[in-house]
Design a protein around this ligand. Structure first.
Ligand SMILES: O=P(O)(O)OC[C@H]1O[C@@H](O)[C@H](O)[C@@H](O)[C@@H]1O
Length: 243
């Protein structure tokens, strides 16, 4: 009925892009922040540049930032361009991105995907236990703003990752911590992810099932399958039609 193997008793949902339509809010905040940094570093306009100071693209976001904890995203992108940046400057980039993200949340609010809300209701009704595992330090706020907090038994978020010195996605540690808090082995838990780094984390942790949620199209579905997704859907309520 939930489109999952019978052995699955726990759902570990990523948040941004799986339950809430906030992945694009993060992407826009990162794009604006990195482009401001690159422009400053270049000492002028970057639109026509093709070198390491060329503009930040959606592909940069998907390859180096999506799904990772905030500071990991900063370092991963800068490393991809071979850009050396002092720790305080990297921290300033992370802070600017968070300011941009929070300003967008204040302005636009948070929308939960209707298909995901339907799935959460069906999951709860069927007795599937629910946790959220997100790299975001804003996880509690986003869940509250979307009205989803009541569904969640345990939350692992970006603050947990920092406080407990967990390795961020694509390492499996945050999902494994989620399974541990729920008192089950990875084999009994299903990971739901929209980021390639998160699908990789699900595969690396040997979770019982990994659902890739393709919100962007293009080659994302194939990339998720290559990264280890058990199944790829474009919306969670597709799983409700499975059986
Ligand atoms: O900056 P935050 O809110 O702590 O979020 C960190 C990351 O959280 C993830 O959930 C998002 O997919 C990333 O885009 C984001 O960068």
């Amino acid at each position: 009925m939930l489109g999952l193997p019978d052995v699955i008793t726990v759902a570990l949902f990523d948040l941004d892009g799986v339950l809430t339509d906030t992945a694009s809010v993060h992407r826009t905040a990162w794009t604006d922040t990195f482009n401001a940094f690159l422009t400053q570093r270049a000492g002028g306009a970057i639109a026509d540049r093709t070198d390491e100071l060329r503009p930040f693209t959606d592909q940069d976001y998907f390859d180096f930032v999506d799904g990772r904890p905030r500071m990991d995203g900063v370092r991963s992108f800068l490393d991809s361009r071979g850009l050396q940046v002092a720790d305080d400057a990297a921290t300033a980039i992370a802070a600017a991105k968070n300011d941009a993200f929070l300003a967008a949340l204040d302005r636009d609010g948070v929308v939960a995907y209707p298909g995901s809300v339907r799935y959460l209701h069906a999951a709860r009704d069927a007795g599937l236990r629910i946790a959220v595992v997100t790299s975001s330090r804003n996880g509690a706020q986003v869940l509250d703003a979307a009205g989803l907090t009541e569904f969640v038994e345990h939350r692992v978020d970006g603050n947990t990752i920092v406080d407990e010195h967990l390795a961020g996605k694509p390492a499996p540690d945050s999902f494994l911590r989620g399974a541990q808090l729920m008192g089950v082995d990875a084999a009994a838990a299903c990971v739901f992810e929209d980021a390639i780094s998160g699908v990789q984390a699900g595969a690396a942790g040997r979770f019982g099932y990994v659902v890739g949620v393709d919100r962007v199209g293009g080659g994302q579905s194939d990339a998720m399958t290559s990264a280890g997704a058990s199944i790829v859907v474009t919306d969670l309520d597709e799983l409700l039609a499975e059986n």
